[in-house]
Design a protein around this ligand. Structure first.
Ligand code: GDP
Length: 409
């Protein structure tokens, strides 16, 4: 059987309290995934996303609402989630279009008040999450304390899947408790994932692995069965149970690292692929026939053959034109197609379809359900508008919340 290519897509958001390191984590992800070949630094203003030699349109990437990158045979569409509560509608909309998220915490501060409010919002949208405890290099950083604050303030079942090697200045690696392998980083941030578990940590790693197995067995019936039968859990069972628990929201996998020092990003990306859902794994989107409240509710699954339906979640006016970011929920669109703006009740024509990347944009002839793309050529659709097939109208968001165009260039 041919696997559905959508299984290899992750629509991902990074959620964080201001200052926890969202920008740095994003930069490092773009760097690690090879979408850029220079190391952007947040503090000197040379972040990778603000340079775009091919399009010569700084506006597109500085304020890119979604950037695509590739990791281990998968496509990750990284969706920007505004960190500021002033953009409540925008935050809601970005939570709506993503399928999974990484919540970033500061290893010293742990859960802060604003992380709590973004977390609750993500709860309301049923967004499966994994947690990344960042800034492990800082004085006072402590993974156990950060995990305890997640347990107390946000979620009863945070499951740490790593044991840090060293602390603060000497944080140089992690033991992966699922594979029972060490991963270490050089001062330059280069990773060695074939390192043996250091002797001094062997006993502690075994103890933590045992605690992880017990915690997972308590939450997951399949894992409990294996645990009762054999007295332990294999790495494969552990990984698949962690995936189920993440997707159901029953547990939150916790990893750690230091984005600033480029430590912990590769295992974080591996965890995104392993645990967070693809567009095929999330429930179908729901909408009404006409948005007036008297239309019957409909469901649309992520099926490229179904009628087209997409949410415009961000519109940027750039010097090369109006760029409308779409989350496609069902169907397929092609360059030149006429679609129906069900919110404003008028037709629109799709010009170019772009896959936005940090360094260059790819033009696509078509785009299918589950994907996130930007289109050029829509004249008036606003953020919050539903675009759909003219003969199968659907409204995904109640009218009235559509917002004006943001001018960025
Ligand atoms: P954002 O506000 O969440 O986007 O956070 P930034 O990525 O802008 O980071 C906030 C500050 O924390 C910046 O000064 C970063 O250089 C710093 N920072 C980010 N990651 C780390 C880290 O892993 N370790 C340390 N020590 N500082 C970090």
């Amino acid at each position: 059987m041919r696997t559905n290519p959508l299984a290899a897509v992750r629509n991902l958001g990074i959620l964080a309290h201001v200052d926890a390191g969202k920008t740095t984590v994003t930069e490092r992800i773009l760097y690690a995934t090879g979408t850029t070949h220079k190391r952007g630094e947040v503090h000197d203003g040379t972040t990778v996303t603000d340079y775009d030699p091919q399009e010569r349109d700084r506006g597109i990437t500085i304020f890119a609402a979604a950037v695509s990158c590739a990791w281990d045979g998968h496509r990750i569409n990284l969706i920007d989630t505004p960190g500021h509560v002033d953009f409540a509608d925008e935050v809601e909309r970005s939570l709506r279009v993503l399928d999974g998220a990484v919540a970033v915490f500061d290893a010293v501060a742990g859960v802060e008040p604003q992380s709590e409010s973004v977390w609750r919002q993500a709860d309301r949208h049923g967004v499966p999450r994994i947690a990344f405890v960042n800034k492990m290099d800082r004085a006072g950083a402590d993974l156990d304390t950060a995990v305890a604050s997640v347990r107390e303030r946000l979620h009863p079942a945070p499951l740490a899947v790593q044991l840090p090697i060293g602390a603060e200045d000497t944080f140089t690696g992690v033991v992966d408790l699922v594979r029972m392998r060490a991963l270490t980083w050089t001062d330059a941030g280069e990773a060695d994932d074939a390192a043996p578990v250091p002797d001094a940590l062997r006993e502690e790693a075994a103890r933590r692995r045992r605690l992880l197995e017990e915690a997972v067995a308590e939450l997951h019936p399949g894992a409990l069965e294996e645990f009762c039968d054999t007295g332990s859990l294999s790495g494969a069972t552990l990984a698949s149970a962690l995936r189920d628990l993440t997707r159901s929201g029953d547990a939150v996998v916790v990893l750690c690292g230091s984005a600033y020092r480029n430590r912990g990003i590769e295992p974080l990306l591996d965890a995104v692929l392993a645990y967070l859902p693809s567009p095929l794994d999330v429930p179908p989107v729901r909408g009404t026939h006409d948005g007036d409240g008297d239309g019957a509710e409909q469901e649309r699954a992520a099926d490229p053959a179904a009628p087209f339906a997409a949410l415009a979640f961000k519109v940027n006016a750039t010097s090369t034109g109006r760029l409308t970011y779409l989350r496609i929920y069902s169907g397929t669109i092609g360059k030149g197609d006429t679609v129906w703006d069900a919110t404003a009740r008028r037709p629109e024509r799709i010009g170019r379809i772009l896959r936005v990347r940090a360094d260059r944009h790819a033009q696509l002839d078509r785009a299918v359900a589950g994907d996130i793309v930007a289109v050029v050529g829509l004249k008036s659709a606003r953020a919050g508008a539903t675009l759909c097939a003219p003969d199968a109208p659907l409204v995904l968001e109640p009218p009235g919340v559509a917002e004006p165009v943001v001018s960025v260039a």
